[in-house]
Ligand binder design. Structure first.
Ligand SMILES: Cc1ncc(COP(=O)(O)O)c(C=O)c1O
Length: 387
């Protein structure tokens, strides 16, 4: 028998990160020493407090049984305390729902909250699941270009009125992947205003909110009225270097959170309760760990930015996030061609802007997920590229 992917799946482009991971594996198999600045997969182990809490609860009664879809009370209470302490945002536990990582929450949201034919507003460049989730739900993704001249913020006033009327979800993501931009509170106020006028749900992806190098970024939920119209999605992946654990949450508007919980009850059974207990502990006691992780990325960021600037490249210094986003150092060279050149000639993987959508052509993304020595090595190899 022959099998084919569904029409919805066929409508998606190949998942860029997976493509580059395949290329990396092939090169390494051929014996090449690759510096992988591609995928944003934290390379260091999570904090000891997290690991110790996990090991100490492994024999707790009932810990290996199914979790409630929305997460255990201990986890949600810790999230509530964290959101209050970090952002001054008060949330009851019913306004918080556990996610099996934030990727699934983002990709599933349109299935829970939209109907076929609704518009989903997706930033470009942007994290691919905003678009794929919309396509899976038979929605119409409408691209909001993020341009350098707008500080990589979408221009909500430029959305045509007939599109705005049909817009069911607006995705925003700050600190932004891939551009590193941070949103001022005024931007979130404009999102609330837009959502009120058009009956749109704002979904603010705050996966990088704790990786900042200057001022701590604000949350969408700090904007007045935000919890009337939307939710924030937070992830532990980058905050505590724990991508494989798959722990995240969605919080804010109680009705939206309840709908998401109801949807998720049909397709997952929460996350291992040991992980939830460990995260609850580190969320309330891990401020120092967050700071050390930030310091580590700051050092890496400085090495890459200063090193490539010495090569004459125009590389902006991001104030938050896990990535450096810069223009291809040779005018007119497509980003994919530059990425291939760096891979072939320098054994350095960087992601081309074109993989994040047409609006990002001409840019490159570097993930700071290798050690300082490997960043030095990458810069030294890149210095030998003939551009
Ligand atoms: C913008 C953004 N949101 C969400 C995620 C998903 O993180 P996770 O599924 O590990 O929580 C990522 C991962 O790279 C991301 O870049």
């Amino acid at each position: 028998m022959a099998f084919a992917p569904s029409e919805r799946l066929r409508r998606l482009p190949p998942y860029l990160f997976a493509e580059f991971e395949r290329k990396r594996a092939a090169l390494e198999k051929a014996g090449r020493d690759i510096v992988n600045l591609g995928i944003g997969d934290p390379d260091q182990p999570p904090p000891a407090l997290l690991l110790d809490t996990l090991t100490s609860c492994l024999r707790d009664e009932g810990v290996h049984q199914y979790s409630p879809s929305q997460g255990i009370e201990e986890f949600r209470s810790a999230v509530s305390a964290f959101m209050k302490g970090r952002y001054g945002v008060s949330l009851e536990n019913r306004q918080i729902c556990l996610g099996v990582g934030s990727k699934e929450v983002i990709a599933h949201l349109p299935l829970a909250l939209t109907n076929p034919g609704d518009v989903v507003l997706v930033p470009e460049p942007g994290y691919p699941p905003y678009r794929s989730g919309a396509v899976f739900a038979l929605c119409e993704p409408f691209v909001l270009p993020l341009s350098k001249k707008n500080g990589f913020l979408p221009d909500l006033d430029a959305i045509p009125p007939d599109v705005a009327r049909r817009a069911k979800i607006l995705y925003v993501n700050y600190p932004n992947n891939p551009t590193g931009a941070v949103a001022p509170e005024g931007f979130y106020r404009r999102c609330v205003d837009f959502a009120r006028r058009h009956g749109t749900i704002v979904v603010s992806d705050e996966a990088y909110a704790e990786l900042y190098y200057e001022e701590a970024p604000v949350s969408f939920l700090q904007a007045p009225g935000a919890a009337d119209v939307g939710v924030a999605v937070h992830s532990m992946t980058k905050t505590f270097s724990m991508a494989g654990w798959r722990v995240a949450w969605i919080c804010g508007n109680p009705d939206i959170v309840e709908i998401v919980r109801g949807f998720k009850a049909n397709c997952d059974s929460g996350q291992f309760m040991g992980f939830q207990k460990a995260v609850a502990r580190v969320l309330t006691g891990g401020t120092g760990d967050m700071k050390s992780i930030r310091d580590m990325y700051r050092r890496r960021r400085d090495l890459f930015v200063e090193g490539t600037r010495r090569l004459g490249w125009d590389v902006p210094c991001p104030s938050a996030g896990l990535y450096v986003w810069f223009e291809v150092p040779k005018k007119g060279l497509p980003s994919m061609a530059f990425a291939e050149k760096a891979m072939e000639e320098a054994d350095v993987i960087m992601l081309p802007g074109s993989g994040f959508g047409g609006a990002a052509e001409g840019f490159m993304r570097v993930a700071l997920t290798v050690t300082e020595d490997r960043i030095r090595e990458a810069v030294s190899r890149l210095s030998r590229l003939r551009l």
